[in-house]
Design a protein around this ligand. Structure first.
Ligand code: HEM
Length: 330
């Protein structure tokens, strides 16, 4: 072989090799991931492929997706945003009530007790109220356990006790949803007549509902604040019921996005509902003298009715004695 050929051959070889390397594109990072390799981890897969998906042999192919972007966003909402919304709403409401109680104290019966009473809620109304209220309190505690139990309760009581309690709490949450829903429907039907907003409510709101100072704005059977509670119960109760049954019977009516929306609506409405009912429970117990009797014995002192529901008392007084108890329900 000539010395020229000896020189040119390796040079051509090197040039061809260089061409080959630059012509074949470098495999992308995504192609480098072998999802079945034992060393591959979730974080790597999510970075490269945006989802973790495998293969399943059951008919529902959607179950092969273990993680995907919308799922991660929902999990972020569930573990972070929801806890903030719930924490701020519930603790915020408790803080406002503590401050109000410390500055204003209990709203007293200013004219004292007359010793004469008038029927405010009949036996059926009180039964429906307490059935709904009992279910609500248990639903609220068991629901809050789902949102806050892991970070707050688990470290305190340990895995065994937490899983046992959570199991019973979940049973209670599922089964008590039925009497609660019936209660909300009955409350809607029983009290709709007294809860349609009117111009008396505007005056009541303008005067701050008598919450500050010693004012007693006139009100019919339900004042504007109580009408607010009524509509929160009806609309909030309706929303948690509809979305709750969607969660209880998954994928019957909707796909994965619908399930996520149902969970978001259910949980956000529930924590706001709980905050509102804390205010209601406050005013029905330590917040206002004489209020609890309305739902306890069903009768209130005439002076209480005059101070808080003057137009209702006038209307009741104008009716013959025999009609009063029956029309108290109107
Ligand atoms: C568990 C503690 C509760 C207490 C101590 C309580 C107390 C009361 C009292 C005293 C009244 C009568 C107010 C009046 O005569 O003007 C009332 C009314 C009412 N309650 Fe409750 N309640 C409780 C829970 C609930 C719950 C959980 C709900 C619904 C989920 C509810 C829904 C209502 C509604 C819609 C009214 C009529 C409107 C109003 O007065 O605000 N209550 N409650």
């Amino acid at each position: 072989m000539s010395s020229f050929a000896r020189f040119i051959r390796p040079a051509i070889g090197a040039w061809a090799l260089l061409l080959l390397i630059t012509a074949v594109p470098a495999p992308s990072a995504a192609q480098q991931v072998n999802p079945t390799a034992s060393s591959v981890n979730e974080r790597q897969l999510l970075q490269e492929m945006d989802r973790i998906q495998g293969r399943v042999s059951i008919p529902d192919q959607r179950s092969s997706v273990l993680m995907q972007p919308a799922g991660r966003e929902w999990r972020e909402f569930r573990n972070v945003a929801l806890r903030w919304i719930g924490g701020v709403a519930i603790l915020g409401m408790l803080a406002v009530l503590v401050i109000y109680y410390l500055t204003r104290g209990m709203v007293r019966l200013e004219s004292g007790r007359s010793g004469r009473t008038i029927v405010r809620f009949n036996t059926f109304e009180r039964f429906v109220h307490w059935m709904t209220a009992t279910c609500f309190v248990i639903l609220a505690i068991s629901g809050l356990n789902i949102t806050f139990g892991r970070p707050l309760l688990l470290p305190l009581i340990g895995f065994d006790a937490f899983s046992e309690w959570s199991l019973w709490a979940k049973f209670a949450h599922n089964y008590l949803s039925f009497p609660f829903t019936i209660g909300v429907v009955l409350i809607f039907l029983m009290w709709i007549g007294g809860n349609i907003p009117n111009k008396v409510d505007l005056e009541w709101i303008k005067r701050g509902g008598g919450l500050f100072g010693h004012d007693h704005p006139p009100a019919r059977r339900f004042n504007a604040g109580q009408k607010g509670i009524y509509w929160i119960v009806v609309i909030g109760g309706g929303l948690v019921a509809v979305t709750g049954y969607q969660l209880m019977f998954p994928f019957y009516l909707t796909g994965i996005e619908g399930m996520q929306i149902a969970q978001i609506v259910h949980s956000v409405v529930a924590v706001l509902f709980i905050a509102a009912m804390i205010a209601h429970i406050y005013i029905g117990t330590i917040g206002m003298e004489g209020a609890f009797e309305a739902m306890g014995s069903g009768e209130v002192d005439i002076n209480w009715a005059r101070e808080h529901h003057s137009l209702w008392l006038e209307q009741q007084s104008a009716q013959p004695q025999t009609h009063r108890a029956a029309s108290a329900a109107e």
